[in-house]
Design a binder for this molecule. Structure first.
Ligand code: ATP
Length: 266
């Protein structure tokens, strides 16, 4: 079904889900527009991963999820991927016993052969580090390179929306920057990204908009250019209590300082 000009690419409304009888998310409203990078922040256990799982068809949910003009109610994970939405799970899960190239061939297994080869080369072009190791076992890649491979696996289907769950987890700062730089390039190429990230300042520097999730509910939605954002985020963080405010606030302060320095003199 064609998407109307005004309709977001991903449109989540009133979504509730959980694990069996344990409710985790309550009435979530979140949108991602085409070619937009949206950051989803929140403390451990807030429900970020659960939201990605629900949208990808891995958990049953109630409410409404529309993607590219299509209602995803009852859609299986395979339906969701075929609709153009891929989910790169946390912890760079790749098949370590298989070669790098075979990991990508598996991710693209149901594409026509010629297209499969072209898409794999496209993914390799974004990550020359792993292209050079295409015939090596994924087990021999560094953690950062395995994360690149996990993202590349998501990209071989040329998704309209890529959901990335903590791509920085366990990576050195240089490799975090390298993976996030690719997110910026994806946006330029027209791919939307929903980015779950604990590195707040990096996520905010990259994203167009941000949502904060706490205890299963959205507590903040803002554009990252909004002058009041650092203060609002700080309030949202403190109000949640369970959020490790002491660890996070210096990061916010740094972010605020950077923004203030970047502003023209009054
Ligand atoms: P983190 O940043 O630590 O990954 P998160 O915001 O992604 O946190 P979730 O992993 O979505 O949070 O967890 C939300 C809640 O759901 C937590 O209370 C967690 O204990 C619970 N939970 C997560 N996975 C399961 C599961 N498989 N079965 C039962 N409860 C779960």
């Amino acid at each position: 079904m064609p998407i109307s000009v005004d309709e977001p690419l991903l449109d989540i409304a009133g979504l509730s889900t959980g694990y069996g009888k344990i409710g985790v998310l309550n009435g979530i409203r979140l949108t991602v527009r085409a070619s937009e990078v949206v950051a989803l922040l929140g403390p451990n256990g807030a429900g970020k991963t659960t939201l990605l799982r629900a949208v990808s068809g891995l958990l049953p949910w109630s409410g409404s999820v529309r993607f590219a003009g299509r209602n995803l109610a009852g859609a299986s994970p395979r339906d969701v991927v075929r609709a153009g939405l891929t989910h790169v799970v946390e912890g760079h899960r790749v098949f370590t016993q298989l070669a790098v190239l075979d990991n990508l061939l598996l991710a693209a297994y149901d594409l026509p052969r010629g297209e499969r080869a072209a898409r794999i080369e496209e993914a390799f072009a974004l990550f020359p580090e792993i292209a050079a190791k295409r015939h090596e076992r994924a087990a021999w890649l560094s953690g950062g390179q395995q994360q690149m491979l996990a993202v590349a696996q998501g990209l071989v289907r040329r998704p309209r929306l890529l959901m990335l769950d903590e791509p920085s987890a366990g990576l050195s700062p240089v490799l975090v920057d390298r993976v996030l730089e690719v997110v910026g390039r994806l946006r330029e190429a027209g791919t939307a990204v929903l980015l779950v990230e604990q590195l707040i300042e990096k996520a905010l520097a990259l994203a167009d908009r941000v949502y904060a999730l706490a205890r299963g509910s959205i507590v903040l939605e803002a554009g990252t250019e909004e002058p009041e954002l650092p203060r609002r985020l700080e309030q949202a963080y403190m109000a949640t209590g369970g959020w490790s405010a002491t660890a996070r606030l210096p990061i916010l302060t740094d972010f605020l300082d950077t923004r203030t320095q970047g502003m023209p003199d009054a």
